[in-house]
Design a protein around this ligand. Structure first.
Ligand SMILES: [Zn+2]
Length: 295
């Protein structure tokens, strides 16, 4: 059977069909109808769903179910999006609304968890039983694989690795707490620090550091020190086999990973460190992971 995945973001709704081999065989996207209400979101999803089925010639009966990734907290059993601030969803019964529109069973998942699941099935975490995915973007998202399965949290709330406090009373986080890991390890931190030196993005800082700019090198060194402490803490808590780093900053490749591995090795409690690798499931990981939720 085929499976259908949606990755609903605040800018676009991306969607696609996953085949029996976990491959994305067709995809499309539509603009997220910002500020137009839940019905408009459901209508946009139904439109892209039908467009993909029409284009591929897939029969509706061939679709086993629909997985939906959203940037926020979900209750999959109740089919509720608890809070997805970027989408304007608060206790929204998205699963039942989509089931009525698509005539398919619908399952909700947090987008970072969907990306983690994709990474585990087709990407850099394949073959592991205990592993972690950390996505470094504007903020930090991530997910956890325990005993070969996506860990959805002991109470179903998922995991929020970006909001582990790395520095008590430190930099102010968007969540309202001071000192969260994402205020130290996200791309936003590099961009903020770089602004004082005329560098407007994390990419600018990394490029300047690669060129040997002393200010950029100092900012990058401080960033690696914080990032290494964060990853070493995760390692000491979980003893994972592998950690995959995704998001824009991971594009720095070995320029990031080599000093990061060295820093984590220095701070890790254990004799040996787990592998730290770049995520490889790509930009469609959210769609694929959403589809993979359907068993
Ligand atoms: Zn926070």
């Amino acid at each position: 059977m085929l499976r259908f995945g949606f990755d609903i973001g605040g800018t676009n709704i991306a969607a696609g069909i996953i085949d029996e081999n976990n491959r994305l065989i067709a995809k499309d996207s539509v603009k997220f109808p910002r500020g137009e209400g839940t019905d408009a979101v459901v209508a946009a999803c139904a439109e892209v769903y039908q467009a993909i089925l029409d284009r591929t010639g897939a029969a509706p009966d061939a679709i086993a179910g629909v997985g939906v990734a959203v940037p926020g907290s979900v209750n999959p059993e109740a089919g509720l999006v608890i809070d997805a601030h970027n989408l304007g969803f608060h206790h929204t019964p998205l699963a039942s609304l989509l089931e009525a529109a698509l005539h398919k069973p619908v399952c909700l998942v947090n987008d970072a968890d969907a990306a983690t699941l994709a990474e585990h099935r087709i990407g850099a975490l394949k073959g592991t039983r205990t592993a972690m995915m950390i996505t470094i973007g504007t903020g930090i998202g991530g997910g956890l694989i325990v005993n070969g399965m996506l860990f959805g949290g002991g109470r179903g709330n998922g995991t929020e690795p970006g909001h582990m406090v790395l520095c008590n009373g430190g930099r102010h986080c968007t969540c309202g707490i001071d000192g969260c890991a994402e205020t130290y390890c996200s791309a936003t931190r590099l961009a903020k620090d770089g602004a004082a030196f005329g560098m407007s993005s994390a990419k600018d800082v990394i490029e300047a550091a690669k060129q040997g700019n002393p200010d950029a090198l100092e900012l990058f060194r401080a960033y690696i020190d914080d990032f290494g402490s964060y990853i070493a803490s995760i390692v000491n808590l979980l003893d994972p086999e592998r950690i995959a780093i995704g998001g824009g900053v991971s594009g720095a490749g070995s320029f990031l990973l080599d000093p990061l591995r060295a820093d984590v090795a220095r701070k890790c409690f254990f004799e040996t460190c787990p592998e730290i690798v770049v995520a490889s499931a790509g930009n469609d990981a959210g769609i694929i992971g959403a589809g993979l939720i359907i068993s």
